[in-house]
Design a protein around this ligand. Sequence first.
Ligand SMILES: [Zn+2]
Length: 361
Amino acid sequence: MKTLKVSAVLPILLAVCSLCAVRAQAQATSNSGSASGPITKGKVFNFEKITDGVYYATATGAMITGSNDVVIVNDNDVLLVDAGITPAVARALVQDVKLLTAKPVRWLVNTHFHYDHTDGNSIFGPEVQIIGHEYVRQAILNLDVLHREPFKTTQTNLPNLIESLKQQVSAEKDSQRRATLQARLAATEAEQRQFADIKPVPPTLTYTSSMTLNRGAREIRFLFLGRGHTPGDTVVFLPKERIVCTGDLMESQLAYMGDAIFDEWVTTLDALKKLDFDTVLPGHGVPFHEKSLITAYQSYLKDLTAQVAKLRAQGLTADEAAQKVDLTSHKADFPQITGPGADLRGVRRMYAWMDERTSKQ
Ligand SMILES: [Zn+2]
């Protein structure tokens, strides 16, 4: 077997696989006890109560879950916002939701097409409507999602990640830290096995600009506010509860940018800020309340775009630009930023997007 030095592998993994980094951080954050509402602890998901019948679901660490999800309990049924990274995770979510309510899951929303939000779709039978923007349906049907980013890098990196975790386990002297690493290793190995069961399934109920679902006293709006993180992001808005579920259009941390439409993302976030809400439940990270964090993310996107445009004009390649950009001035809002550089797949996407725009002019 190939041996890899942990110290050499880890930075590469983190640089190449921003989703891995993101989810490791999300897990760390969700375990840090920053939650404000009461928590119901399940086997695979912890549920933070946001208000009556609305729960924010994050990983316990027993499995790698992908997205953070939202559970909305209506008068007679349950709606889920995203359902995780594999069929096994979605099954675990449905099982853990039984700790909250005996009502059946009848609705699932895909906030966007990325695998860590949609690959649980296949476990749901015809009694569950899967809601998504029409783009999500087309993407899952036509984009060969299991052979493209962001799934590709995650899948390709799993053997290295597992190898590196094994080495960390054997090098760790502290028994508690060793147990944590061992649990992460087991979860990652299970994830690799579960990837074999993935069968991309598109939404069954689609819309293009907005749609409202009334379930008893609950009003749930599905809004397409414009392109951004992907060409078809859905924002789930509960107007009475003043809660908005944003998927990866707005996280509490830096989002993956490999399918971004950068300028429209900034405009779409303007539209998001105009909604009347107090609480944001994002697809990764932690719930937050401040609209100023959205403004901070807009400013990160604008700064990155301006810096990359400059470096591209100077003749640098995308890979060179990804190392050279310096977003450290945004560190206070996004502590993920630890030094110069940005996610390579995001910067490559930005070059492609700039190329498209140049050829249109
Ligand atoms: Zn995403």
